[in-house]
Design a protein around this ligand. Structure first.
Ligand SMILES: [Zn+2]
Length: 410
């Protein structure tokens, strides 16, 4: 007879998620829990008390990252689960916290079944993932992986001028640099998809293979300001009309590259922005994301080609690349294990990419890492309407549990 599978307690999971949402819950059933605020301090305290109840030991590093460990029989690098507990302003009840509560539910399941793991099991909460209070996002995992400089990050300020360092000290969660996550057997991050694909395809689980590479440009168009009523059309250098042609050209050329390419012109500033004055300057952003670096190179050629003089109404065009990042591929063997776990639980799934950034992409630089997505209803996230069904949350956590057990018995 086949052995009964160990499964998590779905009802306890949903209650726990609701309990965590009480820390910063908004009137419209969303959550505002910016990093290192009072709400964040309280949710951290609560998380630590839940872990201590399970016999876990808590360590906090110099960035406020919390590590709760259930000891193993063998003294091996831990299997780590987790994500972040901070949210954006008026965010949802699932982004980030699901990955942390998943870890808690996995450990609760192990403990209540008297399973002492061979390899230690750890839950992590990364500080300031959202970057909603202190830019950039994924700040602490970025420092851990050497991507960001700690001394520079400590001086980042929120909109009231408080530095990250001050907020860290006030929170009481500034710990020891020695406690930082240095090595692990694996890192597994369960997260909501934050997009519409799984729901559209009626699938339950996304095994995430990579976080998309991207490139971000700023384009500045300079013309001349004149009177909007007295200057004939053929004597104008209208920066906004030129911008309009540039955007049309970029959209048309980028749109022909690849169906999976996504690109956005999300920020546009028009100067002087007065209806009686011909605009003399427009500055806009243009970002694009794709998994294949060759496609990103083609994107760069197209965007940089936009400066070619032609019928640009005599305006000057300056294209500046602000930054780029390569696609981060997750660990193949961990992805395979996640896929096996999903199959063994009889869940529908697909391998997919993440268009959004996550702590896992930085941790992947030094720890075997992969992510699991569960569907977001209507693809909504970073808003109070953010929703994932309790059933899908439960299934996602079961995939994490099954994978932790599979790594244990390897
Ligand atoms: Zn998140």
């Amino acid at each position: 007879m086949k052995k009964q599978k160990l499964l998590i307690n779905g009802e306890r999971l949903s209650k726990t998620l609701e309990k965590f949402a009480d820390f910063g819950r908004t009137v419209n059933n969303g959550v505002t829990r910016l990093s290192l605020t009072e709400e964040d301090r309280l949710v951290r305290d609560y998380f630590c008390s839940c872990c201590e109840e399970l016999g876990m030991t808590i360590k906090v590093d110099d960035l406020g990252n919390i590590y709760a460990t259930l000891p193993g029989i063998e003294d091996k690098p831990p299997i780590v689960m987790g994500s972040h507990m901070d949210t954006v302003k008026k965010g949802g009840r699932f982004d980030g916290i699901l990955g942390v509560v998943a870890g808690l539910e996995v450990v609760r399941t192990l403990v209540e079944n008297n399973i002492k793991p061979k390899i230690p099991v750890m839950i992590v909460n990364f500080t300031n993932e959202e970057g909603a209070r202190f830019e950039p996002s994924m700040m602490s995992s970025g420092i851990l992986s050497g991507k960001f400089e700690k001394t520079i990050m400590l001086q980042k300020t929120d909109c009231e001028g408080t530095t990250f360092e001050e907020a860290l000290n006030t929170s009481g969660y500034a710990g020891e640099v020695e406690s930082r996550l240095k090595e692990a057997t694996a890192f597994l991050e369960l997260h909501i998809e934050q997009g519409p694909i799984l729901e559209r395809e009626s699938l339950t689980i996304g095994v995430v293979e990579c976080v998309l590479g991207m490139v971000c440009y700023e384009i500045e168009v300079t013309g001349e300001s004149d009177h909007a009523g007295t200057t004939p059309m053929n004597m104008r250098k209208d920066a906004f009309f030129t911008t309009n042609s540039l955007i049309t050209e970029a959209r048309q050329k980028l749109g022909m590259l690849d169906d999976d390419l996504v690109f956005t012109m999300g920020r546009v500033n028009v100067f002087p922005n007065i209806h009686t004055v011909i605009p003399n300057k427009v500055i806009f952003s243009l970002e694009a994301r794709h998994k294949d670096p060759k496609t990103i190179r083609q994107v760069e050629e197209i965007i940089e080609g936009l400066t070619t003089p032609g019928s640009k109404d005599g305006c000057e065009i300056q294209v500046t690349k602000l930054w780029d990042r390569d696609t981060v591929w997750f660990d193949k063997s961990i992805c395979d294990l996640l896929e096996q776990s999903t199959n063994s639980l009889g869940l529908s799934y697909k391998r997919m990419v993440s268009g959004a950034g996550h702590d896992a992409q930085f941790i992947a630089s030094y720890i075997p890492t992969a992510m699991v997505f569960v569907p977001s209803i209507n693809g909504k996230s970073h808003c109070e309407e953010e929703l994932t069904t309790w059933e899908d949350c439960e299934k996602g956590v079961n995939v994490i549990l099954e994978t932790v057990l599979a790594i244990q018995s390897k």
